[in-house]
Design a protein around this ligand. Structure first.
Ligand code: FES
Length: 106
């Protein structure tokens, strides 16, 4: 398990023990984090799992794949720290990962 957290637009923090190998999105759905709808079920085809990744973990994630990059064009309020949470695979190095849900998504 790896400890991660989602922060909803209203500031509510969801601390989650996430199984390694799961996607960040799957954990958000399990905890009903508002604003993470994941309409496509993790197929990188909807952008409704958009999050902002805090440093220092953003650097650890590396660059998004081309497919994720393309899909982020459909997300709202995209920033340099934007990622699709279905493409973030939980692993021990991501301990303490904080993901913020964009305001306009909730
Ligand atoms: S769940 Fe659809 S792009 Fe992530």
């Amino acid at each position: 398990m790896t400890s991660i957290a989602f922060i909803a637009p209203d500031g509510t923090r969801y601390d989650i023990d996430a199984p390694n190998g799961s996607s960040a999105m799957e954990n958000a759905i399990r905890r009903d984090v508002p604003g993470i709808d994941a309409d496509c079920g993790g197929a990188c085809a909807c952008a409704t799992c958009h999050v902002y990744v805090d440093e220092p973990h953003l650097a650890l994630l590396g660059k998004p794949e081309a497919m994720e990059e393309d899909m982020l064009d459909f997300a709202l309020d995209v920033r340099p720290q934007s990622r699709l949470s279905c493409q973030i695979r939980i692993r021990p190095e991501l301990e303490g990962l904080v993901l913020r849900v964009p305001d306009r998504q909730a």
